[in-house]
Design a protein around this ligand. Sequence first.
Ligand SMILES: Nc1ncnc2c1ncn2[C@@H]1O[C@H](COP(=O)(O)OP(=O)(O)OP(=O)(O)O)[C@@H](O)[C@H]1O
Ligand SMILES: [Mg+2]
Length: 225
Amino acid sequence: MDVLVFASRKGGSGKSTLSAHLAARVSQAGYRCLLIDADPQGSLALWHGLRGTGDPALRKSRSGISDILKVARRDEYKWALVDTPPNTSAAVVDAIRAATLVIIPARLTVFDLAAIRDTIEIAREYKKPYAVVINGAPALRDNTESQYVTEVREAIARLNVPIWSGQITNRAAYSLALESGEGVTEYDAASPASDEINRLWTAIEKSVKAIHGAYGGAGMHRVAA
Ligand SMILES: Nc1ncnc2c1ncn2[C@@H]1O[C@H](COP(=O)(O)OP(=O)(O)OP(=O)(O)O)[C@@H](O)[C@H]1O
Ligand SMILES: [Mg+2]
C-alpha cells in the first residue's frame, strides 16, 4: 500500500481539494483506496458525506494514523490518501512519517511559499519524497503558462525544491464538483479540470513507481536529503 499525504502549513492551499479529486480518480481506476481525514475541520469527511457512496472508504483520525494504516494494509488497500490540518502539529508529523510521497499544494502567494518551507523541513527531517503542486493558478493561454507561474516555478526550483511541471488552475469546477460529492473526473470527464487531475494522477503514479525503483528513480518528487 502506498500512502499519499497532502500537507501544507498554509490554510486554503488546496490539501482537501486535491485529496478529494484524486481519491475520486483513484477509485474510478478501480483501485482500493482509503481516505483518511486527519484534519479536525473535517472538510474531506464533509465531501464524503455528500458523496454518500462510501467509495472510497473514509476514516477520521485525530491522534495518529498508524493503527488505521495497519488495518488498511491487512485489508489490502492499494492507496491511502491522507488530508492533514494547516499546521505542523504532531498529527501532521505522524502522517508525513507514514508517507510514501508528500504532496505540498501551494498557491502563488508569498505567504504560501513561506509556509511550504516548514512542511518541507518535516519531509526532509524524515527523509520522505515530496513535491510541490501549484494550485489556483491563472489558466494557460495558447497552451502556455502565465509569466508569473513560470517565475514562481523557477524561484521554487532555485531553492532545490521539486515541483510538478503541470498546474492546477483556479476553476469553479473544482468546488462545484466537490459540492455535489464528486471529483472533477466524474463531474465532467471531458473538462480541462478533469484533464489536470488526470495529469497530476499520472505524475503521482509515476513518482511512486520511481520511489519503488522504476525509471531509474526519476519522478516529479525528490527524496529529501
Ligand atoms: N484550483 C482551485 N480552483 C478553485 N477553487 C479552489 C481550488 N483549489 C481550492 N479551491 C477552493 O479554495 C478553498 C480552500 O481549498 P481547500 O479547502 O482544499 O484548502 P486546504 O488546504 O484544505 O485548507 P485548510 O488548510 O483550511 O484545510 C476551498 O473553498 C476550495 O473550494
Ligand atoms: Mg483542508
